[in-house]
Structures are given as C-alpha cells and as structure tokens.
Design a binder for this molecule. Structure first.
Ligand SMILES: Nc1ncnc2c1ncn2[C@@H]1O[C@H](COP(=O)(O)OP(=O)(O)O)[C@@H](O)[C@H]1O
Ligand SMILES: [Mg+2]
Length: 399
C-alpha cells in the first residue's frame, strides 16, 4: 500500500533522516516545520507523523487542534518519542497520539507501525465495520487470584493454548494484569503492540476486525493481547477501556481467556461482569486461603463475580498438611481440579517461555491441565462445560 505521509519536525537534519526512512517502502512524504502548515495540510494525507514540535507549542496542543479541526475522517497520528523516557511516552499518549514509537527504532518497525495505523484508519471509515452482537457459544473465561505466585498466569496461558489447539485462530489470551503482566514472558513473546495501544484506538475497541490487528500470533493458532510494558502505564487503561476491549474481544473470538491478575479494582469488577467463568487458583497455604477469604468479604461490598466460579487447587503435594477436604471446607466450595506441585517441569516452562502443555506435553502436570480444560471448555467433542460449584456461603466457616 502506498501512502501519503505528512511529517512535522522541528529539527531539520533529524527530519531528513526520518523522511527518508518513512519514504523507503514507497510512501510519499511531505515535511512541514510549523504547526499551522501541519493543520492546513493534514486532511489531505493518510497519516501524520510528529517528530518534535516547534518551540512555543506542545505535541498535545497540536494533536488537540488537529482533532478539533474538523469535518471528515480524522487523520491518524504517529508520534515519535525522542527518548526511552516513560514520562515522554505517557505524555504523547495522553496527548491522544494514536501510536508512539520511541527512538532509536528499527526502520522495519517504523514501516510496520505506519502501515498498521493507516490500515486501521481505512477500515474504521468503511461502512458496516462495527461490532456484532455476542453470539451464543462464545465464552469469556477469567483467571484471577487475590495473591500473586499461585499459578494465575500459568493456568491462563496453558488453558489458552489448549483452547487454541481445539479452535485454531479463534482463541484470544488477554493479559489484564496491567502492572506486571507476565503472559508475554510465559510465552516468550516480545510484543510490538499491547493493550495500551489498543486503549488509544477507539475504533478498534468497537470493531472486532480492528481489534484483531492488535493481537500477536503465538504458534500460529493462539492470539495474544499483551499487557502494557510496565506499571507506569496502568492508569492509561481505564475500566471503560477494559469494558469495551473485553466486549469487542468476545465478538472477535470464540474463546477469550483473561489473565485478570491480582488487583481487585474496578477493572477486575468490569471483567467479572463480562465473564462466563472465573477460575480462582488456590494453593494449600493458610495465607493464600486467607486472601481468598478477604477477597470474598470485599466482593460483598463491591459486587459479585459473574458466571460460575471454579476453584483450582494448584501446587498440590502428596504430603501437604492442608488436605483437599480441609481446603474445600474452608472455601465452602468444591475444588474443580487439582494441579500437582512439580518444580522441574514448571521451572523449565517459565525459563524457556514454553508452557507445560507444549514443552512437556506428556507430563502429569500437562495431563492435569488438559483435564482442567475439559472442565472449563467442555470435553473435546465441544459439549457444554460442566456446571461449576457456585456455593460460597461456608467460606472459612470452620476456621
Ligand atoms: N503446580 C506448580 N508446581 C510448581 N511450580 C509452579 C506450579 N504452578 C506454578 N508454578 C510456578 O510458580 C511461579 C508463579 O506462577 P505464575 O503462574 O506466574 O503465578 P501468578 O500469575 O499467580 O503470579 C512460576 O514460576 C510458575 O512456573
Ligand atoms: Mg501472573
């Protein structure tokens, strides 16, 4: 695709270099040095690139003027951050740039971002490109734990890989552990785009086809929407974004599996409100069970978990002092599946970025994870998932 690009740059030598890189794939590039020239010309171009603004104005002001300028389709904006400084990137995203690329960057990455932004803008302006109603049979499954280190990400990633194996291309794994999301690392992926960029793209939050362009492909069959690169970005993904993203994802994929992390905040409540099943991993330790107890107390004030709740006993060990029965009495609910403690298989999996069901597919942990998938997703034939225990009243009643 050949595009017409408009580049605003305040530093001439840097601009010449950038213009050359932008033109390399065959695009036409026009360079302007003032905000007024940019505003006048922008509607005639497919994409605006802002690489530093002249003194006396800010990128935020320029983008705001561009957005307010008028009728017709809005030209997408790619902003170039001059440093790897988190503050600068956040400021540009807050200024409403559609995407931000940080110097230094690879020319191939620049070309890919430009093309993706232009494609999205084109698609968003097409009539009929809006979301469908959620179809029956589609499902959203969240994995959440009030405590870290209990296997939330491990369960979400392995379950998603099993679902993707059964329905190639129709499963999305979404990392909503926004501060310290580890899904990409468990899968050895280096995300070029994350949920952060998706949260900036209003059109993609409404349009399942556009939303798909933000997912990264893993092993060809699983699609992954990665978490932001670090905790500094969390506030830029609001509960409203989460609501729209989960809803569009449920339209775009048959199965959406969400690593919902550990924060019991408004975003988590939004996820619970949208999901059919919530999996809560527990480990046979009093502090971990206590935190589940506290979570349900808090939930009494905040609202409920949507759909059915499945407790999964992870890190189960034959010589555990707390037996499965004790844990079930403490939870006031049945344990839906048990995953054995296995230091070697899991250690290898996280260190290599190859989850257990792929890297040690014949191991007992992998077998148990597949049994959990049968409970959550239904057996391979595609039958409905087994009914989940919902009773929670006796939680810690015996303590
Ligand atoms: N059943 C298990 N046996 C041994 N190690 C496990 C088991 N389940 C998870 N782990 C390991 O525990 C660590 C934390 O798991 P993770 O899924 O990242 O937890 P969370 O997402 O709840 O913080 C990882 O290194 C993982 O490989
Ligand atoms: Mg995790």
């Amino acid at each position: 695709m050949q595009l017409s690009l408009l580049l605003l740059a305040s530093d001439r030598p840097a601009a010449a270099q950038l213009a050359q890189a932008l033109a390399a794939p065959g695009h036409g590039v026009t360079v302007v040095t003032s905000a007024a020239d940019l505003l006048a010309a922008a509607p005639r171009y497919s994409l605006v690139v802002i690489d530093g603004v002249p003194a006396g104005t800010t990128a935020a002001a320029v983008i705001a003027e561009l957005r307010g300028a008028g009728a017709g389709p809005v030209t997408p904006v790619l902003a170039i951050a001059q440093t790897a400084d988190l503050e600068e990137r956040i400021a540009l995203l807050e200024a409403d740039a559609d995407d931000v690329l940080t110097r230094p960057f690879d020319p191939a990455e620049l070309a890919a971002r430009v093309e993706a932004l232009a494609l999205r803008a084109q698609h968003a302006s097409l009539p009929g490109s809006r979301s469908r109603a959620t179809e029956p049979g589609r499902r959203v499954i969240a994995v959440f734990s009030p405590k870290g280190g209990v296997g939330t990400t491990t369960i979400a990633t392995n379950l998603a890989l099993i679902a993707a194996e059964r329905q190639p291309g129709a499963t999305l794994l979404m990392d909503l552990d926004l501060s310290f999301g580890q899904v990409a690392s468990h899968l050895n992926l280096t995300p070029r785009q994350t949920i952060l960029e998706l949260a900036r793209d209003v059109a993609a939050q409404r349009d399942p086809e556009l939303l798909r362009t933000y997912a990264i492909h893993h092993t060809g069959s699983l699609q992954v929407l990665a978490a932001p690169p670090g905790p500094g970005f969390t506030s830029l993904v609001t509960p409203q974004h989460v609501e729209q993203i989960v809803s569009a994802a449920a339209d775009a994929y048959e199965t959406v599996i969400i690593d919902a992390g550990t924060a019991l905040d408004e975003r988590a409540m939004t996820v619970f409100g949208r999901c059919d099943t919530t999996i809560i991993p527990v480990i046979p330790e009093i502090p971990a069970l206590n935190s589940v107890h506290i979570m349900f107390e808090q939930l009494a004030d905040l609202g409920t978990m949507g759909g059915s709740i499945l407790f999964v006993l992870n890190r189960a060990f034959a010589r555990d002092l707390l037996k499965r029965n004790d844990i079930e009495s403490a939870l006031g609910a049945k344990i839906a599946a048990e995953l054995p403690y296995d230091p070697l298989v899991y250690l290898k999996a996280v260190n290599e970025g190859v989850p257990v069901v792929l890297g040690s597919s014949r191991s007992v942990p992998a077998e148990r994870l597949r049994a959990l998938a049968d409970v959550v997703l239904g057996p391979v034939s595609g039958a409905a998932p087994a009914p989940a225990p919902k009773e929670r009243r006796g939680l810690f009643g015996r303590r």
